[in-house]
Write a protein that binds this ligand. Structure first.
Ligand SMILES: NC(=O)c1ccc[n+]([C@@H]2O[C@H](COP(=O)([O-])OP(=O)(O)OC[C@H]3O[C@@H](n4cnc5c(N)ncnc54)[C@H](O)[C@@H]3O)[C@@H](O)[C@H]2O)c1
Length: 370
C-alpha cells in the first residue's frame, strides 16, 4: 500500500510517497526523473549501516548507479565544515544541473544535503528519503534547508524544494524508541495546531503507532504531510501562516540553546515540552479552557514523553535567561517575541501580543517545580 501526498507549488510541485518497501522500489520511483542513470547519495553512518545497501539494490534494480558520502551522525554535522565537504564531494563526482542528489537520513542529513543542492552550480534537484519520523513528517517537506552557525541553529540556509520525497515506513523500525518519540512530538503538534480530530485519533492510536502498527504509522505520516503541505502551499516562505508550524518552537529553541543542542534534549522532545508550555500560556492568557493544556500534557505523558521542564535532566538557567534565549529566535520581528498560541486544541494562531511578565512568571513557576 503506497499513499501519495501532492505538494502543488506552481512550477516546483512534487509528490511525497508514503508506504512500506519504498527503498526497494526507489529505482522505479526515481528513475523516470533522471537524465542519466546515476545518483549521488548523502547519508550518515548510522543510516548507512542499516539502509544504504537496500537503497543501492533498489536503485540497481532499475539500472541506476549510486555513489555515497557517509557523514558522522548528529546535529554537529549541520555545519559549515560538512557543507563544504558535501559540496566539494558532489563537485568531485561531477554532479551536473540535470542530476539529482539524494538525501538519505534524518533531518540533519536532509537539511544539509538540501542546502548543498541549493547552492551547487546555483541549484540542482534533490530527492529526500527521510529515515527518522521527524524527517518524514516535517523536515523533508516544505523546502527549508540549511545549517547551523556558531551563533545559532538554522541561521544559514535557503528555500529549496525537493523534487520527490520517499517516506519508507519500514525504516522507522530501526529507530530507537527515544528518536521515534521525538518525531512523534512533531506529529502530535499538527493535531494541536490545526486538527482536533487528528489529535483525538492520536490519543487513541498513539500507543499502537509507537509499538510499530504499520497502518497507523502510514496514516499518521500521511496526515502530517498533508497538513504541512497545505500550510506550505499557502505560505511557502513564512510570511504568515507557515509560522503556525512553529507551535512550541519559541520555548523549544530557548531550551535547546540552554541544554547545548545535544542529547539532553532532542529537538522533537523540546517541541513537545514547548507545546505544553504554549497551551499553558494560552490558558493563563484566558484564550483557552484549562482542559486544553491538561489534555495535551496527559497525552504526552501517556506516550512516555518529556512534558514539563522538570523532565529535562540537569541544570536550566533562570526565567530571565530563558527569555533572553527566546529573544534570539529567528521568529523575532522588530525585537518583539512572536508566539503561537491556541484557542483550543486544533486552533492555533500567531501573535506578538504576549506580555513578557506572564511568560516570565510561567517559566519561573515551571522552574520552581523542578
Ligand atoms: N527543514 C525543516 O523544515 C526542519 C523541520 C524540523 C526539524 N528540522 C531539523 O531536523 C533536525 C532533526 O532531525 P532528526 O530528529 O531526524 O535528527 P537526525 O538527523 O540527527 O536523526 C536522529 C538520529 O537518528 C538516526 N537515524 C535516522 N534515521 C534512522 C533510522 N531509520 N534508524 C536508525 N537510526 C536512524 C540518525 O543517525 C541520528 O542519530 C534538526 O537539525 C532540525 O533543525 C528541519
Amino acid at each position: 500500500m503506497m499513499e501519495t501526498v501532492h505538494v502543488g507549488l506552481e512550477g516546483r510541485e512534487y509528490d511525497i510517497h508514503i508506504g512500506p518497501g519504498l527503498l526497494a522500489k526507489s529505482g522505479a520511483l526515481i528513475g523516470p526523473m533522471l537524465a542519466r542513470k546515476q545518483v549521488c547519495v548523502v547519508t550518515d553512518e548510522n543510516v548507512a549501516a542499516l539502509h544504504l545497501e537496500t537503497l543501492r539494490a533498489g536503485l540497481a534494480a532499475d539500472g541506476i548507479a549510486m555513489e555515497a558520502l557517509v557523514l558522522p551522525a548528529g546535529e554537529s554535522t549541520k555545519s559549515w565544515a560538512y557543507l563544504e565537504q558535501t559540496v566539494e564531494w558532489l563537485l568531485s563526482q561531477r554532479v551536473e544541473r540535470k542530476d539529482l542528489v539524494v538525501a538519505l537520513g534524518g533531518g540533519v542529513i536532509g537539511d544539509l544535503t538540501g542546502f548543498a543542492a541549493a547552492i551547487l552550480r546555483r541549484g540542482v534537484g534533490f530527492v529526500q528519503i527521510p529515515t527518522s519520523l521527524l524527517a518524514q513528517v516535517d523536515s523533508s517537506v516544505g523546502g527549508k534547508t540549511g545549517i547551523n552557525s556558531p551563533l545559532g541553529k538554522n541561521l544559514v540556509g535557503a528555500f529549496h524544494q525537493p523534487r520527490l520525497v520517499l517516506a519508507d515506513i519500514d525504516v522507522l523500525g530501526t529507530l530507537t524508541l527515544r528518536d521515534f518519540l521525538a518525531g512523534y512530538g512533531e506529529v502530535v503538534k499538527y493535531g494541536m495546531l490545526g486538527d482536533a480530530n487528528f489529535f483525538e485519533w492520536l490519543e487513541a492510536q498513539g500507543p499502537a503507532l509507537a509499538a510499530g502498527d504499520e497502518a497507523a504509522r502510514i496514516a499518521a505520516v500521511k496526515r502530517s504531510c498533508e497538513m504541512k503541505a497545505e500550510i506550505v502551499m499557502r505560505d511557502e516562505t513564512e510570511q504568515g501562516d507557515r509560522a503556525l508550524l512553529n507551535l512550541g518552537h519559541t520555548f523549544c529553541h530557548a531550551l535547546e540553546a540552554a541544554t547545548g543542542y545535544g542529547d539532553r534534549l532532542l529537538h522533537g522532545e523540546g517541541v513537545a515540552v514547548g507545546c505544553a508550555l504554549a497551551f499553558e500560556l494560552s490558558m493563563r492568557l484566558g484564550l483557552c479552557a484549562q482542559e486544553a493544556p491538561s489534555r495535551v500534557r496527559e497525552h504526552l505523558r501517556a506516550m512516555g514523553m518529556k512534558v514539563d521542564l522538570k523532565d529535562i535532566e540537569g541544570d536550566l538557567p533562570d526565567a530571565d535567561v530563558l527569555l533572553d534565549l527566546m529573544g534570539q529566535d529567528k521568529k523575532v520581528v522588530d525585537g518583539q517575541l512572536r508566539f503561537i498560541l491556541a484557542r483550543g486544541i486544533g486552533e492555533a494562531f500567531v501573535t506578538a501580543d504576549v506580555p513578557r511578565d506572564v511568560v516570565r512568571q510561567l517559566l519561573h513557576e515551571e522552574l520552581e517545580r523542578r
